[in-house]
Design a protein around this ligand. Structure first.
Ligand code: GAR
Length: 202
C-alpha cells in the first residue's frame, strides 16, 4: 500500500524535496498528500507547487492564534488522508489540539544532530551546528524520532546516522555534511512505516 504522507515545513524544504524525489523515483512507496507551513512565503511551498502537491499556509495572518492555525493544519492533513506526519524543518512546537486532531497518527521529526545531544527548545538549524562546533565534538549527525505532546526533540529514535566533524569545519561545512545525511535518513525513516518495505530493501 502506498503510504500517504503529510509534510510540515517552515523554510527552504530540501528534506521535503528528498521525500518527493524518492517517491517520484519509486525508491519509497509513499505519496506526499499535503504540505503545510507555519510561515508565509516559505520557499518549500514552491517545491510543493512544482510537484503538484496540495499545500497550505497556516500562519497568524489567517488565524487568531498559533493553536487555531495548527488545528486547521491538522484538519487539512486528516482531510488529505495523511497517515504519517513528517516534520521536515518545522520550527514551532506542536500544540495539544494538533495531536488530538491527528488521533494517534504517527508524527516524526528530523533533527540535525545526534539526539539526545544538542537538542531541545530553540535548537534549530545552524544553532545546532554552532553548538556542536563550540563543544569540540568530533562527530555529529542526524536523528529522526517520534514526536509526542509536551516534548521537544525527545521520543523514540527511528533512524540515526553519524557524520564526522573535521578540524577546521565551520557551520556551513558541517551543515552541508549533515544535510546530505538527512536527505537519506528521512527517506529511510519513512520507509519503516511502510509494511514490508524494510525487508524488501534490506
Ligand atoms: C534541517 O537541517 C532540519 O534537520 C532542521 O531544519 C533544517 C530544515 O532544512 N530541523 C531542526 O533543526 C529541528 N530541530 P530544510 O528546510 O532544507 O529541509
Amino acid at each position: 500500500m502506498t503510504l500517504p504522507v503529510g509534510v510540515l515545513v517552515s523554510g527552504r524544504g530540501t528534506n521535503l524535496q528528498a521525500i518527493l524525489d524518492a517517491c517520484a523515483a519509486g525508491a519509497l512507496d509513499a505519496r506526499v498528500v499535503f504540505v503545510g507551513s507555519n510561515r508565509d512565503g516559505a520557499p518549500a511551498m514552491i517545491r510543493a507547487t512544482r510537484a503538484g502537491v496540495q499545500h497550505g499556509t497556516f500562519s497568524l495572518r489567517g488565524y487568531p492564534s498559533r493553536a487555531a492555525a495548527q488545528e486547521a493544519m491538522a484538519d487539512a492533513l486528516v482531510r488529505a488522508g495523511a497517515q504519517l506526519i513528517v516534520l521536515a524543518g518545522f520550527d514551532h512546537v506542536l500544540t495539544p489540539g494538533f495531536f488530538l486532531k491527528l488521533r494517534g497518527r504517527p508524527i516524526i521529526n528530523i533533527h540535525p544532530a545526534l539526539l539526545p545531544l544538542f537538542g531541545g527548545r530553540g535548537m534549530l538549524g545552524d544553532k545546532v551546528h554552532e553548538a556542536v562546533l563550540r563543544a569540540g565534538a568530533t562527530e555529529s549527525g542526524v536523528t529522526v524520532h517520534r514526536v509526542h505532546p509536551d516534548t521537544v526533540d525527545m521520543g523514540e529514535v527511528i533512524v540515526q546516522r553519524r557524520v564526522p566533524v573535521h578540524p577546521g569545519d565551520d557551520v556551513p561545512a558541517l551543515a552541508a555534511r549533515v544535510l546530505e545525511a538527512e536527505h537519506q535518513a528521512i527517506v529511510d525513516a519513512i520507509r519503516t512505516f511502510i509494511p514490508g518495505a524494510a525487508a524488501r530493501t534490506a
